[in-house]
Write a protein that binds this ligand. Structure first.
Ligand code: BDP
Length: 714
């Protein structure tokens, strides 16, 4: 009987949507239904779009594919306007657009407009730009309007990116391992390149172009000099060929000691004429192979990487060496500020500022200094990096980490949009109130034309690209924020959910709410109240607040939390490391004063006793326990919410998200329990009433090992 009922239930069950594996990302183009579809069809009766140039061809192909999917059939191509025509191009490529005499002047190379117009007496829609690439971006925008169910009746859209270089940083090694990668192996099949160009490369380019990404650094910042040898340059050139129509330039991470390793020189000293010649020749060779090569990304004198300081030279000497080699070809150097020397500083958080601020103004025009969002290392929460606003004469590039090295890898649902928004909106006070990080990055604060944002990619060879369906949202949000750093993370999430899952309003609201709180939840169950850098060593998987010893104290957890029987937190005020003084005075005052420091940064800047009274009225110890627990509860809530959405998502994706949320709950619980067990051993305080004690001893949590956790550095 039971079996029969089960069979019947199975037979009657029809999935809400067709099976999907996530490969299509947010470019699914599933059919629009109902009255909206009819309204769209009226406005999209034919497509007027050229294909004389490669970018034009991919633009047209994308529109045919997208509109074909969304409307059930691709609109016919036509030469001339008619009612409902969609006309795409530039004044150069399209006589109709030229005749309209549109104001395109201020849109630059990448901008576009989308407008409802009357063209030769017909009601039409134009997607117009100065350059083909702008038209491609406009086409993606137009498709997005349909994908998110918006009206296309009276369009008047004008868009231009606020940031010039919108770049992904792949931390991919030449052997296919991705450092901090949680989505499988590298998508670059170096061994088969240049002859085999996997179709996936073009889909990668489409996805990136759809969100405005226009550059990609192919290899890890912990670079292998081999990538600069002719054999690998040929391979990189093949990728550049695939990406070119989509407006994406290829960059490479350059190992500073390459002149020694692959050039046979004795030194890599930036002031040595032979070294300078070597880089000039190398740049020429690269541009012969890849004519639109973007430039170099460099990690130097950091975590054991070679650099100019090995020869007593400065970061500016090093960056300028490469900049001079690239300058004749129009290339850019992205020189990373994530540095810390072999000698232990009194506070690692201070080091980048101390080394770089004195060099402000010494870099060549084609150098950008690439700065992580916070001064330590992509933690669940950090105050904005004090370098932002502090180097007015140097264009600073933002470096965000899309891959979730410190945020639960691929299995934790953590939407990073709110974290990035928090950083971008932070006020540096560099030129008075309103000097936000976003304005440093888009160049408006200090009047820089060279601007950029980098995101450490979360892309791998997993079928769903990012290791989990929800991590696709982080790739998407990164691209959108690189285009416009002032967008709201909520509106980005909303778009993404509509395109990725469903346009049902109540579904969208539920999922967006869940996403918006997910980062705060991770902060809660991992490192609440300004704690940081407490994860397992090297792989960074799970809690390790007990870690001490080892080669250097600033790689340990105890260095960062400084918990004793008396209290907890890193004193970065004047009575401690005084890192707070690296901020502009109003910010330094705010962070440095216990009365005004935002509570989320309390233990980042202050060492306080366990009974310190927090804003809730609870003593600090109780507040910590409360927050750890709240974080786990949030994840439990996400599981329930998601369970309730089973009918709204295709079963495959629903099941994987559900399974990952279960993993997340287990791991969040472990973070909470291990952290409480450890800190309770130090504070010696009882748990506040109503909070469950950790089910295991501290020794148990300390004994857990994860030898093959993915993504470790090598
Ligand atoms: C750290 C990573 C390490 C990177 C380093 C970097 O753990 O794998 O090489 O940053 O950004 O977060 O250079």
């Amino acid at each position: 009987m039971a079996l029969a009922i089960a069979w019947l239930a199975g037979a009657l069950y029809t999935p809400a949507a067709s099976a999907e594996d996530g490969y299509d990302l947010w470019l699914r183009y599933r059919p629009v239904e109902g009255v909206r579809a009819d309204a769209y069809r009226m406005r999209v009766s034919r497509l007027v779009a050229g294909d004389a140039m490669p970018t034009q061809a991919v633009t047209r192909a994308e529109l045919l594919r997208g509109l074909g999917g969304l409307l059930g059939a691709a609109p016919p191509l036509s030469e001339a306007a008619a009612d409902g025509a969609v006309v795409v191009g530039t004044p150069m490529s399209s006589p109709s657009i030229a005749r309209l005499g549109l104001e395109l002047g201020d849109l630059g190379r990448d901008g576009y407009l989308i407008r409802s117009v009357t063209l030769d007496g017909h009601a039409a829609t134009v997607i117009a730009a100065n350059e083909d690439i702008g038209a491609l971006y406009g086409a993606f925008h137009f498709l997005r309007l349909l994908q998110t169910g918006q009206s296309i009746e009276r369009l008047d859209v004008r868009e231009a990116p606020r940031v010039k270089l919108r770049v992904l940083n792949h931390w991919d090694n030449l052997d296919g391992h991705v450092e901090r990668g949680y989505a499988g192996a590298s998508i670059w099949d170096w061994h088969k390149l240049p002859d085999w160009r996997a179709p996936r490369y073009a889909d990668y380019a489409r996805a990136n172009a759809s969100i405005g990404i226009n550059g990609t650094v192919l290899n890890n910042v912990n670079a292998d000099a081999l990538v600069l040898t002719p054999m690998y340059l040929e391979k990189a050139a093949a990728l550049a060929d695939v990406f070119r129509p989509y407006g994406i330039r290829v960059y490479l991470s350059a190992r500073f000691s390459a002149p020694i390793e692959i050039g046979g020189l004795e030194t890599a000293d930036p002031l040595d004429p032979q070294v300078q010649r070597w880089w000039r020749d190398k740049a020429e060779e690269i541009y012969r192979t890849i004519p639109d090569f973007g430039g170099f990304l460099v990690k130097a004198n950091s975590e054991g990487q070679p650099g100019p300081q090995d020869y007593g030279r400065s970061h500016a000497d090093g960056a300028n060496l490469l900049a001079d080699a690239l300058a004749p070809h129009g290339g850019t150097v992205m020189w990373r500020a994530f540095v810390y020397s072999d000698e232990e500083p009194d506070d690692r958080a201070k080091q980048a500022y101390s080394e770089f601020v004195p060099l402000d103004g010494e870099f060549r025009d084609n150098v950008m200094v690439q700065v992580k969002n916070g001064a330590i290392d992509f933690q669940p929460r950090e105050p904005f990096h004090p370098l932002f606003g502090a180097m007015p004469d140097t264009p600073l590039m933002m470096e965000f980490q899309i891959t979730k090295e410190y945020l639960g890898f691929a299995t934790h649902l953590v939407y990073l949009g709110p974290m990035w928004e928090e950083v971008l909106r932070a006020d540096t006070h560099a030129r008075g109130e309103g000097s936000t990080v976003a304005k440093v990055i888009d160049g408006s604060l200090h009047d820089h034309r060279l601007t950029g944002m980098a995101g450490v990619a979360n892309i791998g060879s997993d079928r769903n690209w990012s290791g989990s369906h929800f991590d696709q949202a982080n790739w998407y949000a990164y691209g959108r924020l690189a285009w416009d750093p002032e967008l709201s993370s909520r509106s980005i999430a909303e778009q993404w959910v509509r395109m990725t899952f469903s346009g049902d309003d109540s579904f969208v609201a539920t999922v967006v709410d869940m996403m918006m709180g997910s980062r705060e939840a991770a902060v809660d169950y991992m490192t609440p109240l300004g704690l940081h850098h407490l994860m397992g060593s090297n792989h960074h998987y799970g809690p390790g607040p007990w870690l001490g010893g080892g080669p250097r104290t600033d790689w340990t957890s105890v260095y960062y939390h400084r918990a004793t029987r008396a209290g907890i937190g890193f004193d970065r005020t004047a009575s401690g490391s005084n890192a707070v003084a690296q901020y502009a005075p109003p910010v330094a005052r705010e962070f440095g004063d216990l009365e005004t420091v935002p509570e989320e940064f309390l233990l980042w800047f202050h060492h306080v006793p366990w009974d310190y009274r927090t804003q809730s009225g609870r003593p600090l110890w109780d507040e910590l326990v409360h927050r750890y627990t709240r974080g786990v509860d949030y994840v439990r809530g996400m599981r329930e919410t998601w369970r309730g959405l089973a009918g709204d998502v295709d079963p495959e994706r629903h099941a994987q998200v559900a399974a990952f949320l279960a993993i997340q709950e287990k791991e969040a619980q472990r973070w909470r329990d291990a952290s409480i067990a450890y800190f309770q051993g130090i504070s010696g305080l009882p748990l506040p009433e109503g909070y469950a004690p950790p089910p295991h001893s501290l020794e148990y949590y300390e004994s857990l090992e994860f030898p093959y956790a993915p993504g470790s550095g090598r």
